[in-house]
Design a protein around this ligand. Structure first.
Ligand code: SF4
Ligand code: SF4
Length: 378
């Protein structure tokens, strides 16, 4: 069966050249209209705890998803009787601010996201250190167990709000990544990015004890890691200044496959029919918002997509970016076709889509239903 993807095209303004006050041209008005005409939030029920999964970004980003879009969705969930909260998880590691819930919230505030701007509370889903999770078994392509962030496991419904953009090792960051990486706790983030437990290279170790102090599970004794106690937080890797902690990073195709395995576990746990996805094709930067900066967008703003199908919405987003003209003064300058593969030649934007379809998460075949901007009465 072909999946439905609703789309509002922000490239198609219906402006009156001589008129000043035209609120229907706002992308927030387009989002409002997209939701109303698609009916995509109509099944939100009174009293439901609704997780609005977002990415608040690393300190330094400037082109992340604006809070006004998030606030609009929260308003509409509340209007339907739902009880929304904005949620995000801690990053892998134990030394940067965004590795902890407190730092995540501080950086979110710096980036413009607060209860006041968003219209709903912020809850960091995997606890203070990113280690509060529900462990679930999954029949994934590579992974067999996934650590789902506790607040995600506890919610009644999840609305995924994704800034669609490129990704250094994943090719692109869409809804699959927002669920697979963004809704899991540190051990799963570790399993997505790294192949095995860390080891200490005694020839490089200067016995500074920084990793010993930071390890949350006392797994480092006599400058060796006890894998029975290591909980895969990634702390020792980031803290060591001597490159003495040896790890093997996953290759791009492995990373993509594993994040989709994690997305399957999250969706199976919460319930496949409880998910709605929005991809915002605005400020499409080459890098993910986990980088501490935002480069020039690679194509013009394209619009906003909404779907109940996680594979279809990411495939439709990829196809729109592929068809768009690359912007000069951007990393995609001169690239025709698949911009992400052109910028990151070691990645393959098809891997996430293939894995998502193989695991039964959705359908790559989709039909776009376009919602057109309509002039509002003053
Ligand atoms: S942080 Fe690095 S150098 Fe220091 S004790 Fe640990 S492994 Fe050795
Ligand atoms: S040994 Fe394991 S638990 Fe300890 S800091 Fe390193 S990754 Fe984390």
């Amino acid at each position: 069966m072909v999946a439905t993807v609703y789309f509002t095209d922000t490239r198609a303004p219906v402006a009156e050249v001589s008129e000043w006050y035209q609120p229907h041209l706002s992308a927030v008005s387009r989002l409002d209209e997209l939701i109303a005409k698609s009916g995509i939030l109509d099944d939100v029920e009174r009293g439901e705890s609704v997780a609005l999964k977002v990415h608040f970004g690393e300190r330094g980003v400037t082109k992340q998803l604006r809070s006004v879009f998030m606030r609009k969705v929260a308003e509409l969930v509340k209007a339907r009787g739902g009880d929304p909260f904005f949620t995000e998880t801690c990053g892998l590691g134990m030394s940067r601010a965004t590795n902890f819930a407190t730092g995540r919230i501080r950086v979110a505030e710096e980036n413009g996201y607060t209860h006041q701007t968003l219209g709903a509370p912020i809850i960091i889903a995997d606890g203070i250190k990113g280690l509060d999770f529900v462990k679930v078994e999954v029949d994934g392509i590579q992974l067999k167990e996934v650590y789902v962030a506790r607040a995600i496991a506890d919610c009644d419904r999840l609305i995924c709000l994704t800034h669609f953009k490129g990704h250094l090792t994943g090719s692109f960051g869409g809804s699959l990544k927002n669920i697979g990486v963004g809704c899991t706790a540190k051990p799963s983030k570790y399993d997505i990015h790294l192949k095995d437990y860390p080891q200490i290279d005694s020839s490089r170790c200067n016995h500074c004890d920084e990793c010993v102090k930071i390890c949350p599970s006392d797994a480092i004794e006599d400058y060796a890691i006890d894998t029975r106690r290591c909980i895969r937080c990634g702390g020792c890797i980031g803290i060591c200044r001597e490159d003495a902690v040896i790890v093997e990073w996953t290759k791009p195709a492995e990373l993509d496959t594993r994040l989709v395995d994690c997305a399957k576990a999250v969706m199976d746990l919460v319930g496949r029919d409880k998910f709605t996805f929005f991809n915002f094709l605005l400020d499409i930067t080459p890098h993910c918002d986990c980088h501490p900066y935002s480069d020039n967008p690679i194509v013009p703003d394209l619009g906003i997509l909404a779907s109940r199908d996680i594979v279809a919405i990411d495939k439709a987003s990829l196809d729109l970016v592929t068809a768009a003209t690359a912007l000069p003064e951007s990393m995609a300058n001169g690239i025709e076709g698949d911009k992400f593969r052109g910028i990151f030649p070691e990645t393959d934007s098809g891997v996430q889509i293939d894995a998502g379809e193989r695991l039964g998460l959705g359908n790559r075949e989709y039909a776009i239903v376009e919602v057109h901007a309509k002039k509002m009465k003053k």
